[in-house]
Write a protein that binds this ligand. Structure first.
Ligand code: 5GP
Ligand code: MN
Ligand code: MN
Length: 331
């Protein structure tokens, strides 16, 4: 990693024009890491274009600097494109035309499925969040952190670890969070409240409807929820407001795999996979062309929602069948 960091510092020293971008349907790690890198480069006097073509989920609007993140790069001609929290080029939230530029690509990420699409790949699947890698880069290099940057890094790390609850949470995760609080006056309670305790009326009502769809199979080891368009039209919410729903399936006693089937549009079904510790769901998602982490992964399948549900549950049940039990690496 040290050599990779040196390469990063050299790029920053030598180049002037940067695009910083995260993945489509951004989460806290994506937005926090994007902001932390982008604001740091701006402080150095670089010309920086922070981009997310999907916009900023309102829940992260409290972070200082989100007003500087645009959806398009316009005529900006970058020398370097820095992608954060993106497992693959196809998930980078920019117009495809950006890839026609001759800009050098830096890929900072922690997905085990990362394709290594950059010219410089700072990828660490052991990191609990891309924010953790960003923390290491920013504290190792010739940069000046401030409260806004530190709060962005903290939000990235906190959100991707379920606020320090998931198994990815390490001593380093807590040490970095501690340093951000101690040295840069980050406010953990304020950030937790902004992210978790500002739920809209519709999102809580929608959760009620979705919880009614709960089903369990495979001797109680697999649980799933369904969120279809009719529910969404009854209680319209922003995309990210349904992100935590899948956790209700996973958090059931005895459940090893929790699944949320979300109908994005008719015949386009987004699947969120979560697991406790027994099953590597990134392999299940990868089977359907998606990816992610061992404990949290995603994919999209085309087809009528009930058909997709039946197919996927049959596939998962097969894994629990006689031939092989769905333990890590079995898929
Ligand atoms: P979520 O279920 O919250 O959308 O995603 C969980 C994890 O899986 C995230 O780390 C996300 O980056 C990854 N992920 C979600 N959907 C996809 C997908 O379609 N392709 C890939 N490669 N990763 C995904
Ligand atoms: Mn992410
Ligand atoms: Mn992440």
């Amino acid at each position: 990693m040290t050599n990779l960091f040196e390469d990063f510092f050299t790029m920053v020293r030598q180049k002037e024009r940067f695009v910083v971008v995260c993945h489509v349907h951004p989460d806290g790690d994506a937005i926090g890491s994007l902001l932390a890198v982008g604001l740091t480069l701006r402080k150095l006097g670089k010309s920086v274009n922070m981009i997310c073509s999907d916009g900023i989920p309102p829940v992260y609007g409290f972070l200082e600097g989100t007003n500087l993140i645009g959806r398009e790069i316009g005529n900006f001609d970058p020398e370097v494109i820095i992608c954060v929290d993106c497992a693959e080029k196809e998930r980078v939230a920019v117009a495809d035309s950006l890839w026609e530029s001759s800009a050098f690509v830096i890929n900072i990420d922690h997905h085990v499925t990362n394709s290594g699409f950059g010219g410089l790949n700072i990828v660490d699947p052991e990191a609990a969040a891309t924010g953790e890698i960003v923390f290491k880069i920013l504290t190792a290099g010739p940069f000046q952190m401030d409260k806004a940057i530190a709060s962005a890094v903290y939000t990235a790390i906190a959100t991707d670890t379920g606020f320090f609850r998931y198994s990815s949470t390490s001593a380093f995760t807590l040490e970095s969070a501690s340093l951000l609080v101690k040295d840069y006056q980050v406010e953990p309670a304020k950030i937790a409240e902004q992210v978790h305790d500002q739920k809209s009326y519709n999102s809580v009502r929608l959760l009620g409807v979705v919880l009614n769809t709960l089903k369990v199979d495979c001797n109680g080891k697999v649980a799933w929820l369904i969120l279809d368009q009719s529910m969404l039209s009854q209680f319209p919410v922003d995309n990210e407001e349904t992100e935590s729903f899948v956790n209700y399936a996973r958090s059931l006693e005895g459940v090893e795999v929790g699944i949320l089937f979300k109908e994005l549009k008719p015949d386009e079904i987004k699947i969120s996979w979560r697991s406790t510790s027994a099953v590597d769901v990134s392999k299940l998602a990868a089977f359907y062309g998606g990816g992610g982490h061992a404990r949290a992964a995603g994919c999209t399948i085309m087809g009528p929602i009930q058909q997709v549900v039946n197919e996927v549950i049959a596939y998962v049940s097969h894994g629990y069948g006689a031939a092989h039990v769905a333990r890590n690496n079995d898929y």
